[in-house]
Design a protein. Structure first.
Length: 305
């Protein structure tokens, strides 16, 4: 059974088509990345998964429970860390987590609450009022609230936005542990290096539609390949090599520096041979492995195949 099953989900706000028929299957135990630029539909999709927004068409289920028809059981299987810092200013950290436990019918949950607080470095703030916490500490509490009922599926919507390095390391250490223990994790983030380090599979959204879906390794290998950085001491880049240029402008503003896309090491020698044939002299050369940012830019610009 899939952890999250999304079938042809559509959602519009007047003339804006936020989601245009999104279908995804996220398997149990996956660490899954949901990426896209602002306005791509990520937060709308997460709101539909959490049951906060009802889709105009399509269906979503969490561990087989439809989020509309069987909301209570679907929500029990899901923990969501929202983008916004939403909190009740009248309670301490521990009281906040106890209240959250009560929403799911959990009593005597202090042992797990203590473990979550310890893993998120919140123990020394347990009796501090929420309004007295820094922004980073409030975000840790949001993570703790999402985990307080031990959900098998965890959705993190920009969990490290505007937080310090220490929190990022603390959070990823704990989330990685939960993932190893079998929890499914869905991550949206603008920090693409985090997604590349953590996620096994990635879906990219653009204008409400899935434009890429694959494992991280296959995306990097198939779509972007590597990049050959060349600095010419003399001569110019032959016209037949210009379609390989990875950037619209010469690298670093220099007319003698070029970044060329290559999909395989075997493509490097023909490029060098063509440069020698044209009379160009190479001053410096570096073969650089593509990363998720390269892929993201190519797909969003419609240049990937």
């Amino acid at each position: 059974m899939a952890a999250i099953q999304i079938n042809q989900v559509e959602k519009s706000y007047k003339s804006l088509k936020a989601l245009g028929g999104v279908s995804l299957t996220i398997e149990e135990g996956e660490f899954f990345g949901l990426l896209g630029p602002n306005g791509a539909g990520k937060t709308t999709l997460i709101s539909c998964i959490a049951g906060l927004i009802r889709p105009d068409a399509g269906s979503i289920s969490i561990h087989g429970h439809d989020v509309t028809k069987d909301f209570r059981n679907a929500r029990k299987n899901l923990g969501v860390v929202p983008q916004e810092l939403v909190f009740d200013p009248f309670f301490t950290v521990r009281e906040t987590l106890r209240l959250q436990s009560g929403y799911f019918g959990l009593k005597n949950n202090d042992k797990w609450i203590d473990e979550v607080m310890e893993n998120l470095d919140l123990t020394n703030k347990a009796d501090t009022n929420m309004r007295a916490l820094s922004g980073g500490m409030k975000r840790r509490v949001l993570v703790a609230q999402a985990l307080v009922h031990k959900p098998p599926v965890i959705v993190l919507d920009e969990p490290t936005a505007g937080v310090d390095v220490e929190l990022r390391q603390t959070l990823w250490k704990f989330i990685s542990r939960l993932n190893r223990e079998g929890h499914t994790v869905v991550l949206t983030t603008h920090y693409l290096e985090e997604a590349q380090a953590m996620c096994q599979r990635v879906a990219m959204l653009k204008t409400g539609k899935v434009v890429a879906l694959d494992t991280m390794s296959k995306l990097i290998r198939r779509i972007s390949g590597s990049q050959l950085n060349i600095h010419l001491a003399s001569g110019t880049l032959p016209d037949d090599l210009k379609p390989l240029i990875a950037h619209d402008e010469p690298e670093n503003g220099s007319a003698s520096k070029f970044a060329l896309r290559v999909n395989d090491y075997a493509e490097v020698e023909p490029i060098l041979a063509r440069l020698r044939e044209s009379g160009a002299v190479i001053d410096e050369m570096q073969l650089q492995q593509a990363d998720l940012e390269d892929i993201f830019i190519q797909i969003m610009e419609g240049r990937a195949v």
